[in-house]
Design a protein around this ligand. Sequence first.
Ligand code: GNR
Ligand code: NI
Length: 161
Amino acid sequence: MTSYPVEQVDDEIRTLMDDMLETMYAAPGIGLAAIQIGVPKRVLVMDVSPEGEEPNPICVANPEILKTSDALAECEEGCLSIPDLTEKVVRPAECRVRYLDRDNNEQTMNCSGLLATCIQHEIDHLNGVLFVDHLSKLKKDLSLKKYKKMQREKMRDMAEK
Ligand code: GNR
Ligand code: NI
């Protein structure tokens, strides 16, 4: 259900982070939590740099949200673990996060915009929470129905070919 903290960021964790970045870029996605590749450790990677600009990979272990803004922001979220489904999710617009970087140094990062949305989405994964869990029961039920319908149609399309 919830992922385990790492003791420290050592070569094993750095290799995990590199594997995760490769998987994330290949998907493509803007973030990935270790549990999404079956590793229950509190590790995530992100890159929210716009397409065509310099890549900006961010590697994070043991993230802790220190503070969230009262101001909220709505973002159309998707998740590699729920293919093709997107829904609008409301979250704090800004947050401050403490974490261990790729070199095992403690860092504090102030996040806003897409980065704030993404890091909250990824930290949720470490706690076994998906973006649909932020929807009202009614919206979540509708969303699940929509997802199942899409999956059925995908399977049907595959069978036809
Ligand atoms: O690639 C992703 N895009 C995205 C868009 C809006 C809000 C969150 C995300 S994260 C997602 C990749 C993913 O599932 N990470 O866990
Ligand atoms: Ni996700």
